[in-house]
Design a protein around this ligand. Sequence first.
Ligand code: FES
Length: 104
Amino acid sequence: MSQWIAACQTDDIEPEDVVPFQHEGVDYAIYRSPDDDFYATAGHCTHERMLLCDGLVMDNTIECPKHNGRFDYTTGRAAGAPVLVDLRTYPVRIEDGTVFIEIG
Ligand code: FES
């Protein structure tokens, strides 16, 4: 069953940045795009499970800090080797300055 979870405040994330969020032992990554839109993905890289919140955000891309694999964090799509499996993404909604993600 899916549920909406408060992940952070919008002010907690600078534009073109990512922050970690953990819920019930599961890691998520929450992004703010250069256009001030918010996105959420699984917290670990699909290559060797490095935490993506330690990576570099460039436009709509997250670059993994371990082997520099890249994903489009708006779609989860892997950009190519070494990452070959897309990231899971989660719906996001903003309410009164709070970022909610739908998990389940
Ligand atoms: S662990 Fe992310 S690219 Fe290898």
